[in-house]
Structures are given as structure tokens and as C-alpha cells.
Ligand binder design. Structure first.
Ligand SMILES: C[S@@+](CC[C@H](N)C(=O)[O-])C[C@H]1O[C@@H](n2cnc3c(N)ncnc32)[C@H](O)[C@@H]1O
Length: 388
């Protein structure tokens, strides 16, 4: 099978973590943008990438690059691709696109033109055309059109990879699974110390942390991907990859994972999501105020994702919560590294501790920071400053 270009998209700002994952899996990094990395490999390689990448959003396999000055040229060029080799006449296809072209005001127009070219070509070659529509749970074709340059990909993920399949109950303002994985990777946590997560919400951070510590493939839970609807899908390879991933995953942890939330509903949701993810037995759950969370003797990380006033909660009320987190860190978390993930820099100042690292992220469009605080044990003084 011929290797080709593979474009892996991710949430804005996550590229450094995606790059690291790719290199670790033995794939080259050919180029990168703020929301994606290009590598190379065969369409079979995309199965492995979909199964193993924690921070990727979609894995796109390049079919063709061409020039199109207008929609008619797009149709003509699209018709040149041998779609009958990829999509069954009895199947279903969805076209998605990202278009930056002065003559195209509505991306839906580019989608329809592309879809027409695909189904017309298949009807001409096979005497029948596949169904088409907006659902991304079968064959998905992606068009990237900027200026007069087009790239056409098979979206081998279909539904985005953040939909791991375990989060049946999202509580208010849940973090995307892929973002949560990147946040845990950014802390460097590997399961050798404890993982304490007050304000757990739907439990996404703790579930992703458990996957990371177990070396468990994030895609094992999902039973549908775009590549399964592309002709020539190598089912044997897929079951082999899944079996190998299951074999390589640890069954137990050396550390404790503790999650708490003031809302009973949130803790119930976190528990049920963890059960669906198959890691409930590895996590300790409790309903309590964050400040009452029991932090075990020893070391590890304590990570909180408090509300930051954009979608929930009022800023004024939150000021005392952030100040309280600083006190909680000082009084109960010595020996640990404390982390706060927030989209409000002013609220973060209320914590009253000096952050040793500030790692940038985006949660949807909101610029966020993962702030790290070293909470020294015993006689070593906590680094404190007056924040204005
Ligand atoms: C932004 S959400 C966390 C979202 C979470 N990262 C997720 O992926 O679902 C903040 C959570 O903090 C909880 N919370 C708010 N005030 C709290 C307090 N004083 N003590 C403990 N939990 C609190 C809320 O119930 C909510 O579940």
C-alpha cells in the first residue's frame, strides 16, 4: 500500500503534545500548525493512529491536491478522483470542509459541489450512487480549500476522536476528552504519584489520567470509525491492533486517584462515566467541598478546573473560591504539585501563590492556562508572592 500524507488535527494549542505522541509512535513530523500536524503513512497506519493518539481530533488521509479557481473547477477536479475505489455504491458519504475562498460564502456550497462530484462519479462507474448527508458516522470526505488550492482527504476518524464513548453524562462545562488528556500529559503525571482532582465535574481529567497511567489506548471504547466505511478496510489488522493494545494495558495502579465534587450529581456522573470507561474500580469518589478533599500522605498532583465565569458562576463569588484554593494548596497539599486550569487570569491571581509554569491552552475559543504550583514539603517554604 502506498504511503501518503496524513494530516492530524487537534484543538488549538495542543500541537506540542500531539507531536510528542506521534514521535513516540514512530511517525515523522513533517510540518505543524497551531491546530494540526502533518505526517506520512499508509491508510492502514491511520487505524493505529485513531486507536492510540490521546490528543488528536481527526486523522485525515490525503487523496489529492489540486488547483480550483471556482466551484465548477472544484467539481471537475473532484470527479477525477477514483471514488469508486474508496466508497461503496451501497454506502453513505458525508462531505465536510474548511473553505477560505473569496467566491465561496457558504461552505455548504463547496460541500454540495464535492458531494455531487463523488456520487456522480460512483454512479457512472458502478451504475448506482451512495446515499449522502450530514451524518459523520460512516464515510467522511474532508475538503480544505484556501485561495485556489484544494486538498481532499478521507476523514478516517469520522466522528471526532474526543468522543471516546465513555462520557454518557456530561455535567456543566465539561472539558473535551482530548483536551483533558493533553492537560494530564502537560503535568507529566505518569502514575508514580497520587492524582487528586477536586471539582471533578464529569470526571474527564481523572478518567484520562487513569488511561495514561494504565497505558490504555484511548480508542478502545469506540466501535465506529470513518475508516471502517472505506473500501478495503483491513478488519484483521484492526482486531490485531485492538488485541495488542488490550494486552499492553496494565490492570492495576500503584497510586491512588481521588476525585471529589461538591455536587452529588457530578460525582454520580463521574462514577458512571468511569464505569463506562472501565476504570471506576481504580478511582475513589467523594462528595465534598474541594477544601475537604482528603489528600494522601506522599506526593503526586492535585489538579482543579474551577469555573471561570464565562459559562457558569459569577466572577465576584469565584474570587473567594480561587483564594480558598491557594489556602487548600498551602495547608493540605504539601509535597504535591498543584495545578489549576482556568480561563481567567485575574481570578488566577487570587490564588496568591507564584506559578512555576503557565502552560497555554484553548478551551473552545477561550484562552486558558494550566498553572503549576510547587507545594514544598516541611521546612522548605512555599513560594508565595503578593499578587496585585
Ligand atoms: C468547570 S467544572 C469542572 C469540569 C470538569 N473538568 C469536567 O471535565 O467535567 C467545575 C466543577 O466544580 C464544582 N464545584 C464548584 N464549587 C465547588 C466547591 N466549592 N467544592 C467542590 N466542587 C465545586 C462544580 O460542581 C463543577 O462540577
Amino acid at each position: 500500500m502506498k504511503p501518503g500524507r496524513i494530516l492530524i488535527t487537534c484543538a488549538k494549542g495542543i500541537t506540542p503534545f500531539l507531536k510528542e505522541e506521534l514521535l513516540h509512535l514512530g511517525f515523522p513530523v513533517l510540518s505543524e500548525t497551531i491546530a494540526g500536524v502533518a505526517t506520512e503513512g499508509t491508510i492502514d497506519d491511520t487505524l493505529r493512529l485513531n486507536l492510540l493518539l490521546r490528543t488528536a481530533h481527526r486523522v485525515l488521509f490525503l487523496l489529492s491536491d489540486f488547483t480550483a479557481r471556482d466551484a465548477d473547477e472544484l467539481y471537475r477536479e473532484m470527479s477525477e478522483i477514483s471514488w469508486e475505489d474508496y466508497i461503496s455504491e451501497d454506502g453513505y458519504v458525508c462531505v465536510t470542509s474548511s473553505v477560505d475562498h473569496p467566491g465561496i460564502r457558504d461552505t455548504r456550497y463547496a460541500n454540495v459541489k464535492s458531494k455531487d462530484a463523488i456520487v456522480d462519479r460512483i454512479r457512472e462507474k458502478r451504475g448506482k450512487r451512495p446515499d449522502s448527508g450530514p451524518d459523520q458516522d460512516r464515510a467522511v470526505v474532508n475538503l480544505y480549500w484556501k485561495g485556489d488550492q484544494c486538498s481532499v482527504y478521507i476523514d478516517t476518524s469520522g466522528e471526532p476522536l474526543s468522543r471516546r464513548g465513555y462520557r454518557k453524562i456530561p455535567m456543566g462545562a465539561p472539558m473535551q476528552e482530548t483536551l483533558a488528556a493533553a492537560v494530564v500529559l502537560a503535568t507529566g503525571w505518569d502514575g508514580s504519584g497520587h492524582f487528586v482532582n477536586p471539582m471533578c465535574g464529569s470526571g474527564t481529567l481523572a478518567i484520562e489520567a487513569a488511561f495514561i497511567a494504565l497505558n490504555r489506548a484511548p480508542g478502545l471504547q469506540r466501535n465506529n470509525y470513518g475508516f471502517m466505511h472505506i473500501k478495503g478496510f483491513n478488519e484483521q489488522l484492526w482486531s490485531g491492533l485492538r488485541a495488542q493494545a488490550k494486552k499492553q494495558a496494565e490492570k492495576t495502579l500503584q497510586c491512588r486517584i481521588i476525585v471529589t465534587d461538591i455536587s452529588r450529581e457530578a460525582v454520580d456522573a463521574a462514577r458512571r462515566n468511569a464505569a463506562t470507561a472501565g476504570v471506576e474500580h481504580l478511582i475513589e469518589f467523594a462528595v465534598c467541598d474541594y477544601s475537604e478533599t482528603s489528600v494522601p500522605q506522599g506526593s503526586g498532583i492535585v489538579i482543579l478546573n474551577p469555573e471561570y465565569g464565562d459559562r457558569m458562576g459569577r466572577i465576584r463569588e469565584l474570587e473567594s473560591v480561587y483564594a480558598g484554593i491557594g489556602d487548600f494548596f498551602k495547608q493540605k497539599c504539601r509535597g504535591y504539585t498543584g495545578y489549576i486550569f482556568t480561563g481567567n487570569a485575574d481570578l488566577a491571581k487570587k490564588v496568591g501563590l507564584r506559578a512555576k509554569r503557565r502552560i497555554p491552552f484553548f478551551n473552545s475559543r477561550i484562552e486558558c492556562r494550566l498553572l503549576a504550583y510547587e507545594l514544598y514539603e516541611g521546612s522548605r517554604k512555599i513560594k508565595e508572592t503578593k499578587m496585585s
